[in-house]
Write a protein that binds this ligand. Sequence first.
Ligand code: ZN
Ligand code: ZN
Length: 257
Amino acid sequence: MAAGDAGPSETRLTRAAIGTRALLARWRRQAGGRCLVCRGWCVDGLCAFCAARFIPARDRCDGCALPLAHAPGLAGEPRCLRCRLAPPVWSRVVTGLDYGYPWDRPIADLKFHQRLDRVAVLLRPLLAQLDDARGSGLRLVAVPVSRERLRERGYNQSWELARRLARALALPARADALFRVRDTGHQLALHRTERARNLQGAFVVSPRHAAWVRGARIALVDDVLTTGATAHAATRTLRAAGARDVQVWVVARTPDT
Ligand SMILES: [Zn+2]
Ligand SMILES: [Zn+2]
């Protein structure tokens, strides 16, 4: 036998090693791979340690989703003072996360880099808050992006969230109930009042789905709630089209606005 050739037993060993590697790879694929945050192997995309550390249990104001001052679990006023004095146009806002480390990265991956595989983990904390919505008949509408943005990106991240929420909660959803009639540009550079002005008239309800919206209880889905200007404009449009009630569901809330 020439040097370097594998003998029968070595061949068997090599085959066994390849087989084991393939099995391990399949197991990892089925197991969901690495934790989104710490990159450790875990069952479903987020390890228990990171879930406990980065998804803190907190009671939030149901008007603005900012954390309330009282300790979690203690019954208290469901609204912060600001929302009691100036109630928002929606009936409640639900979120699962504070926007910031480590969630800013997967949210940006979903929004800008076609990482639709981030959706499942990002939705889990929100779904945990939505038990009461299961099979409730609420209709899901995603905050739309403009046609130009859709062409450039190929998908609307809010619709990717909404359709999965709809499936998980057995609720109806439509991708094209609400349209963004003009691209409002990057809102981040604008001041709060400028944002609101910039969004006036930005949304319309599709005439084809006007009857689906009229009289309906709607949950408006978006990735992040910041000043709320976008959700405010979209909610007003839905209400003007006859929606009986609008809730806002977002993956994350920026903590300081
Ligand atoms: Zn982890
Ligand atoms: Zn509030």
